[in-house]
Write a protein that binds this ligand. Structure first.
Ligand code: GTR
Length: 327
């Protein structure tokens, strides 16, 4: 057998296996994730699928397509809206230009830490933001952890805001993050996650920003070896369902979906906490230079115009105030 025949046989075997795994199910719902198998978000959605299958007596199954097999986040969000994809686990970032409430929890330095983020998202503000997805064709189901995001680049250690001047930095496809980078003096380049590695490698950009697990699993640390722990963003991740797919389920099954999604949160949090440590150790061991001594005050002060521009209605300002007032 030549190489291609072997590959074709392997693919066929995987498909046949997947087919068998879902053969007993009445409905198999598709779920998308940009991250690789084993990543905390991917595993949490698989756990949700297991719960759903068990609680529906094997009727409802979820097939998780990891590693951006169904596309990059912005495109999969479109497909989810139309019910081509049933579930989607994405960052809040790519929703910012669609659902204005998601901008509030994507503002730089809005959360004081992961515990604060949990208290906000587990409470009434989190519920309100989940409900805001519905008029746009999505059912907001659960929030997952995305740690805190920091800058990395291939040129030099960033030790102060001045070092960012003129640097070409990738951001998620959201105006909030474009304006954040501009306010820091950098040149913001919005692009899909899957394009970042080669964009750094070929010099289209100098760097990007992300949490430890993404910096590690994407391999970006191999091409951008300076990581500055400025922690400008704590953006919750969200699991949504297509409203079109949700509406096809009975009320009982809809309740099963909502509960299974909620029950996957503790699994995600536990896996996340462990993965953050493992990823940090891995990139440090690979020789990444980590800059942890950094004064965050100038970064925070530079964000005033970003808040003014994006929290620009009484409703959004009220959300900002309630988040800041949450202990
Ligand atoms: C990751 C996040 C992804 C994606 C990615 C990015 O931390 O988990 O959903 O948004 O960042 O930077 O595009």
């Amino acid at each position: 057998m030549n190489k291609y025949k072997t590959l074709a046989a392997a693919l066929l075997a995987t498909t046949a296996f997947a087919g068998a795994a879902f053969a007993e199910c009445e409905v198999t719902l598709k779920s998308s994730d940009t991250h690789p198998d084993g990543y905390p978000t991917v595993e949490a959605v698989k756990h949700m699928g297991d719960l759903l299958k068990e609680r529906s007596n094997g009727r409802i199954c979820v097939e998780v397509f990891h590693s951006a097999q169904l596309g990059e986040e912005k495109d999969t969000i479109e497909q989810t809206k139309f019910g081509v994809i049933d579930f989607n686990r994405v960052s809040m970032g790519p929703f910012n230009n669609i659902i204005e409430e998601t901008k509030v929890v994507s503002l730089p330095f809005i959360f004081r830490g992961t515990d604060h983020m949990h208290r906000v998202m587990d409470g009434p503000v989190g519920d309100e933001i989940l409900a805001a997805f519905e008029p746009h064709g999505f059912v907001g189901l659960a929030y997952f952890d995305g740690g805190s995001r920091s800058f990395y680049n291939k040129e030099k250690p960033i030790t102060s805001i001045d070092d960012l001047k003129g640097m070409k930095m990738r951001v998620m496809q959201s105006d909030v993050f474009v304006d954040m980078m501009t306010a820091l003096g950098a040149n913001a380049t919005p692009m899909p996650y899957g394009e970042v590695y080669s964009a750094i490698q070929t010099g289209v950009i100098d760097g990007a920003e992300n949490n430890w697990p993404s910096y590690e699993s994407s391999g970006h640390f191999e091409v951008a070896g300076y990581y500055t722990l400025n922690q400008h963003l704590i953006v919750p991740e969200v699991l949504v369902m297509s409203k079109a797919s949700y509406d096809k389920l009975s009320a009982e099954d809809q309740a099963l979906v909502r509960q299974a999604a909620k029950d996957s949160i503790p699994v995600n949090r536990e896996l996340w906490a462990a993965r953050e440590k493992v990823s940090e150790e891995k990139v440090r061991a690979a020789g990444v230079q980590v800059i942890s001594e950094i004064d965050k005050t100038p970064f925070i002060e530079a964000m005033v115009p970003v808040y003014e521009k994006h929290a620009n209605t009484p409703k959004l300002q009220d959300l900002v105030q309630r988040i800041q007032a949450t202990e």
